[in-house]
Every structure is written in structure tokens, then in C-alpha cells.
Design a protein around this ligand. Structure first.
Ligand code: COA
Length: 322
């Protein structure tokens, strides 16, 4: 499939060349949650869409999951770890503030002296991280970047709060992004609405995720479709031409409502939340990696990534599928 994106700098571009994902082996079903708290499989599936979520072991960290996903993306790229000169990890669930996750992933992979930084914009984090890596490559500051979204939300979940614990899961997804003569990543459309930030929050270091679910739902379903459309416009493509739409996997009803407003044609719409729950910044790269692995997206085809959530933040861009 031939598809070209506008170049910002002539002859300079970047492409997502390979993907990988990792999920912990422990699967928690709705039936298991229903045996512990006052909920039902039917309520969770009809209001949120989740059937199962993967939950990390106590000793399994965000860094471990990020590294496991990065190893798979690197293997798929055929590049040696030493070729990577930038590592960025989108996460809102690091265990400790210092050192950051990106330097730890780089150390685990024996990557020599990369630029290494974390990004916390919660559920839009992967699109923010991809945009900053893209910009670094366009500016000549990097040639091969590892862009990762990784979360251990189970650490920040109150497992007795039925309004939140049925939603979230753990996991990581990674992309290798390389310099290219042609552009494979469209302009990012990004922003935030901090005035409404407290609708999704952790109030203290030992606090847990709290949300005003209905406000988040209204914001997501009323404000975001036009922003997703403008990411297509900036890329010079109509939503009807997309091969896939990979929104943040917040809630299957939110995914379907936004997808319904975009005027998609035959695009595959990611619904990995059903199997994986909401994994915040990991949800987009995990869903993209799975759909690519399943050959549901042709190589080179236009795909809209669109993250949104805590902050409140949002970011999206059209990419050419690897
Ligand atoms: N099982 C059973 N009942 C539950 C429940 C659960 N897991 N969680 C809440 N309820 C109950 C509530 O207590 C309430 O009971 P009441 O009527 O007796 O007071 C009832 O269900 C309805 O609650 P409400 O909050 O109005 O439900 P809702 O239809 O708004 O659905 C969410 C709740 C969280 C699923 C929904 O608001 C949502 O998806 N919001 C967006 C959240 C999100 O995507 N967050 C991540 C963004 S990145």
C-alpha cells in the first residue's frame, strides 16, 4: 500500500519500523473479581467492556515489563541494541522517582549512552513519547529510538474499589523508530485540560487511583473526536482512508463512540481492552503490536494512534504501519 505523509524537513523523516509487547502471565477474570468484590461479569462487560486483565507479579516492575517489550521490538527490527541512541518510556506508575525507567531499560539492554527520559502524561503518554522521539530524529539528535509505554497500574489500584479495580491492567508495548528519507509519522496533535485534571487522580504517594467516571466519560466522548480528526487532517488523510484506528483502550464504549464519530471506512478498530483492560500508556503500543503481529494491518498502511486520559491530556498522530 503506498501512502505518504507530509514532510516537515525535506528529505528527513522517521518511521515506526518494529513493534513488541509484553503482558504478565497472571490473568484475572471478571469471575475472580466478582468472587472478591460486589460486581458481576455482566456489569463489567456492559459498562467497561473488559473480560480479562493481566496483572504483574509483586516482584515484576514497570522496568521489567518495559524491557521485555523493548527486547521483542528490537528483535523484530533486526537492529543491535548498540544502534539505539534514544530511549523514552511513557509511564505514570514508576515505583521510584529516581533513577528514571528509561535509563534502567537502557542499562538492562546494554545500550551505550543513549538519551533516556520518562514521560508522564498518563494514557496519552505513548503518543507524546512517539512525538518527542520523532522530533529528535527530525532535528538530527537521534537516529534509532526505542519508544515504550509501560504501566503497573495494579500497584496504584484499590482492589476493594469496584468503581476502578475492574478497569485497569498491567503491561508494556514498544516501538523502534528510525530515521528515514520519507516520512512515516504525521504531525502530532496534542494538548491538555488541567482545569479538569482532578477527575482522574492519585492524591498522595501512597494513594490509589480515583476518578469521577461519568465526567471522564463525558469528556472523552464529547471533546475528543474532533481532535482525532484534526490529526488526520494534519497528516493529509481522510478518516475513511485509515487502515486502522488505535485509540487508548479506556473503555470499549468510549472506543466505539469515538470511532463512530470519525467516519471510518474499513479501518480495523483496536479493542484490546476486552482482553487486557485499560493499561494507560501501554494500551496503544500493545494493541498496535498485536494487530500488526496478527497481520490485520498491511505494512505501510495509515494508522491513527490517539491517546487520552489522566491530566487531562491527549495526543495523536497518523503513522505508516511497519
Ligand atoms: N460493579 C457493579 N456495580 C458498580 C460497579 C461495579 N464494578 N462500579 C460501580 N457500580 C455501581 C455504582 O455504585 C452505581 O450504583 P448506584 O446506582 O446504586 O449508586 C451504579 O453502578 C452506576 O454507577 P455509575 O458511576 O453511574 O456508572 P457508569 O455507567 O457511569 O459506569 C464507569 C461507570 C466507570 C464504567 C463509567 O463512568 C466510565 O467508563 N467512565 C470512564 C472511565 C474511564 O474510562 N477511565 C479511564 C480513562 S483513561
Amino acid at each position: 500500500m503506498s501512502f505518504s505523509l507530509p514532510t516537515i524537513l525535506p528529505g528527513r523523516g522517521a518511521r515506526v519500523v518494529a513493534l513488541g509487547h509484553y503482558q504478565p502471565s497472571r490473568i484475572v477474570t471478571n469471575a475472580e473479581l466478582s468472587s472478591r468484590i460486589d460486581t458481576t461479569d455482566e456489569w463489567i462487560r456492559s459498562r467497561v467492556g473488559v473480560r480479562t486483565r493481566h496483572i504483574a507479579a509483586p516482584e515484576e516492575s514497570v522496568t521489567d515489563m518495559a524491557t521485555a517489550a523493548a527486547v521483542k521490538a528490537l528483535e523484530a527490527s533486526g537492529l543491535a541494541a548498540s544502534a539505539i541512541d534514544l530511549v523514552t518510556v511513557a509511564t505514570c506508575t514508576p515505583v521510584i522517582p529516581l533513577p528514571n525507567v528509561a535509563t534502567q531499560v537502557a542499562a538492562a539492554l546494554h545500550i551505550n549512552a543513549p538519551a533516556a527520559y520518562d514521560i508522564n502524561t498518563a494514557c496519552s503518554g505513548f503518543s507524546y513519547a512517539l512525538a518527542t522521539a520523532h522530533h529528535a530524529i527530525l532535528a538530527g539528535s537521534a537516529r534509532h529510538a526505542l519508544v515504550i509505554g509501560a504501566e503497573k497500574l495494579s500497584d496504584w489500584t484499590d482492589w476493594n474499589d469496584r468503581t476502578t479495580c475492574v478497569i485497569f491492567g498491567d503491561g508494556a508495548g514498544a516501538a523502534v523508530v528510525s530515521a528515514s528519507d520519507t516520512e512515516g509519522i504525521g504531525p502530532v496533535v496534542w494538548g491538555s485540560d488541567g482545569v479538569q485534571g482532578s477527575t482522574l487522580r492519585v492524591e498522595s504517594r501512597d494513594g490509589k487511583i480515583q476518578q469521577d467516571g461519568q465526567k471522564v466519560f463525558r469528556w472523552a466522548t464529547s471533546s475528543l473526536a474532533p481532535i482525532a480528526m484534526s490529526a488526520c487532517k494534519q497528516a493529509g488523510i481522510e478518516p475513511a482512508e485509515l487502515a486502522a484506528f488505535i485509540p487508548h483502550q479506556a473503555n470499549v464504549r468510549i472506543v466505539d463512540l469515538i470511532a463512530g464519530k470519525l467516519g471510518l471506512g474499513a479501518a480495523v478498530v483496536a479493542r484490546d481492552i476486552i482482553e487486557s483492560g485499560n493499561t494507560s500508556s501501554a494500551s496503544i503500543p500493545m494493541a498496535l503490536s498485536k494487530l500488526t503481529e496478527q497481520r490485520q494491518i498491511p505494512s505501510g498502511a495509515p494508522v491513527l494512534l490517539f491517546g487520552f486520559g489522566g491530566g487531562l491530556t491527549y495526543a495523536g498522530q497518523v503513522i505508516a504501519s511497519p
